[in-house]
Structures are given as C-alpha cells and as structure tokens.
Design a protein around this ligand. Structure first.
Ligand code: PLP
Length: 370
C-alpha cells in the first residue's frame, strides 16, 4: 500500500511509539497522590512543559484533550457565552458545528467568506466585526487544500475592530509546518503528527473563557474531565518535538514530492485549487475536470494508492466539498483529490503515483462520459 493520506491520519512514528511505550511503563493515575501517581504526574507535566516550550507559551496554557475535535469545541463553547462566534467558511466541521451548537443555544454565529484564492476575505471580515464578537476562529491551514491563512493579518483586523473578541486557530493540519503568532488559542491533534489517535490539546491563555463540555473530575484546568491519557500526552510532546526538529528538512522533500504530483497532474489537465498562496508542504490538492470520482478512486485503489477525496458522497451522489464551494470552484463533473505525505513517504511512492495517474484519470474520464 502506498500511503498518501497522512492528513487523514499519520502512521505512528518511531519517535512517538518509543515515547509512548516508555510512558506506559509508568503506572499510576496522574491525579493520585501516592508515589506511583506522582511519577505519572511528573512525566505528564514534563510533556506539558515540552509542548509549551515548543509553542512558546506557558505550560499552564496546555489543556490536554482527546484530539482536535474536542479542542475545537472547547475553544468555541466558552467565548460563545460572551459574544458572537465568527468562523471562516472553510473550517473543519469540528469548528463549524461547535458554532452551530452555540447558535442553537442562543449565541449568534456567522461564517466569514473566503476569496477564490482560498483565504479569508479580510474586507468581509472587517465588515462583520464589532464589539459584540466573542471569538473569531480561523484555521491555520485548510485540511483539504492545505492553503495557509495569514493569521497575523487576521489578528490585526480583529484587534482593531473587535476589542472583546478572542482569537482561535485550528492548527491540527498546520502545526509542525507553520508558526502560530501569539494571541491565538490553538487546537492540535496527536495523530496528525505521528502520535497515537486519542490525544490532542487546546492551548489557551489563563484568561481565555472556557466552559466544561462534560461534567466530571475537572482534571485539566477544571474544564476538561476524565483520567488523563499520560502516555498519549508524552507521545504528543515527542511527536511535536520531532516535527519541529525536522521541519525544514521534511518541508524540502515534501515540497519536491508536491511539485512532482502537480506536474504529473497538470499533464492530465489536473489543476490545483485556489490561488498562488502559501500552502502546507505535505499536502497537494488537485482537481481533475471531467472525471467520475468513483472511477478515479477505484483506479488509484487498484494501483494500491491510498489518498483522499474532498467530496462527500451522499446517497451515492458525490457533491463538491463545502471548502471548494466556499471558494467558488465550479465544475460539472470532477474529482478533487488530496495527496498528503509524511516522514515515511519515499520517492518510489511518488513514482508509483505518477505512473498510476494517467490510467486512472483516463478510466475516470471515460466513466464520466458514459
Ligand atoms: N481540524 C482539522 C483541520 C482536521 O483536519 C481534523 C481531522 O481531520 C480535526 C480538526 C479533528 O481532529 P481529531 O481527529 O483529532 O479529532
């Protein structure tokens, strides 16, 4: 299997596996006061400090969660009790639906449009801002297109126009590749970095308004209950450290892989969505006009290639993704494919994809005409 779907979930990395296994040898509930509990607490707090150090925040700002979804929901629910929720039209459902839940509970929420380039429309954002805004949530980079948002510019506009607004960014895809400016609450997730599924964190300053999503022991800053996943936290810290240490070198080979995918797709009339804007190095999103999505995916699957499509399949009918719709991409029939690479992707994986694409695309074009 040629695995080009790191953005969906990355394989467990050697660094994270070693850290996780070592941490599982430490027995004890991190909230217990006996020595086993204290030993567990100690490695948990080391992990918290490591993450805080890597992100340039105070360790008290790191709240461990079960993953990105929970971090996003926590980030929206609190500020929603204080004012309007604004989120970009291309947010992951974890943010979008958290805003919708808040709206059902009586808060006001609104989606900030994006330009055809795939970035937040700063003029439209400016118009939506005033003193009633409680939070503005814009993802650091999109999970389908890999397009990176200009968080500095967004921060500037929000600070100027909405003095009461908190800033949140879903950095689940971006962390490890993008530096997040200060002033944002940040959602991260372990399994996108090579740590196990089931661990993530919300980075939120002490005065960020938080409300518990569930009742319980309040283990994490009195807002996140449940016995803490210590080994997961240790693995997350190790994975984040590894990503930071190897950032430049991985970006280099991932950019080369991405360029090769774009070139091979271009020869088949495939094109990259959005404008000439910064993108995550590990993600390549290509639209193949005139192709039948099912046939294209099947063709690549037959060649042993795992990648993702941004289109949702509803009642057997593929629909354009909400992200592409928000960007105004108009095609009658097309497949949008996301290829995402990582630590273990090799040149021969990319060679195999490049070799398989022409046959799969031609089959999918025939299927679309049939
Ligand atoms: N946010 C983004 C941008 C994502 O890509 C994902 C997962 O695909 C999530 C949030 C959800 O993260 P998790 O799977 O850790 O809950």
């Amino acid at each position: 299997m040629i695995y080009l779907d790191y953005a969906a979930t990355a394989p467990l990395s050697d660094v994270a596996r070693t850290a996780w296994l070592e941490a599982t040898q430490v027995r004890g509930n991190a909230s217990a006061i006996h020595s086993a509990g204290r030993a567990s607490r100690s490695i948990l707090e080391d992990a918290r400090e490591k993450i805080a150090g890597l992100l340039g925040v105070d360790s008290a700002e790191v709240i461990f969660t079960s993953g990105g979804t929970e971090a996003d929901n926590l980030a929206i629910a609190g500020p929603a009790t204080k004012g309007r929720v604004l989120y970009s039209a291309i947010e992951h459902p974890a943010v979008r639906e958290a805003a919708e839940i808040a709206a059902k509970a009586g808060s006001r929420a609104g989606a900030i449009p994006v330009t055809p380039d795939g970035v937040v429309d700063l003029g439209a954002l400016r118009e939506m801002l005033d003193e009633s805004v409680g939070v503005v949530s814009v993802m650091a980079a999109n999970n389908e297109t890999g397009i990176i948002q200009s968080l500095e510019e967004i921060k500037e506009v929000v600070t100027e126009r909405a003095p009461n607004a908190r800033l949140h960014t879903d950095a689940v895809q971006a962390i490890g590749s993008v530096t997040i400016p200060g002033g944002f609450a940040i959602s991260i997730s372990g399994h996108k970095l090579g740590a196990p599924v089931g661990i993530g964190a919300l980075i939120a300053s002490r005065d960020y308004p938080l409300v518990p999503l569930e009742g319980g022991g309040g283990q994490e800053r009195k807002v996140r209950s449940g016995t803490i996943n210590v080994a997961g936290a240790v693995a997350l810290a190790a994975a984040l450290e590894d990503a930071s240490e190897h950032r430049a070198e991985r970006a280099e080979f991932q950019t080369s892989f991405s360029n090769q995918i774009v070139e091979a797709s271009g020869a088949l009339d495939g094109y990259v969505s959005g404008g000439d804007v910064p993108r995550l190095p590990h993600m390549t999103h290509v639209i193949f006009p005139g192709t039948d999505p099912e046939a294209l995916l099947l063709g690549l699957d037959m060649a042993g290639i795992a990648c993702s499509t941004g289109s949702a399949c509803s009642a057997g009918v593929y629909r354009p993704s909400a992200v592409l719709e928000a960007m105004g991409v108009e095609e009658d029939t097309y497949t949008a494919l996301r290829f995402s690479t990582g630590e273990y992707t090799t040149q021969s994986d990319i060679d195999a994809l490049v070799a398989a694409l022409p046959g799969a695309v031609s089959m999918a074009r025939k299927a679309a005409r049939a």
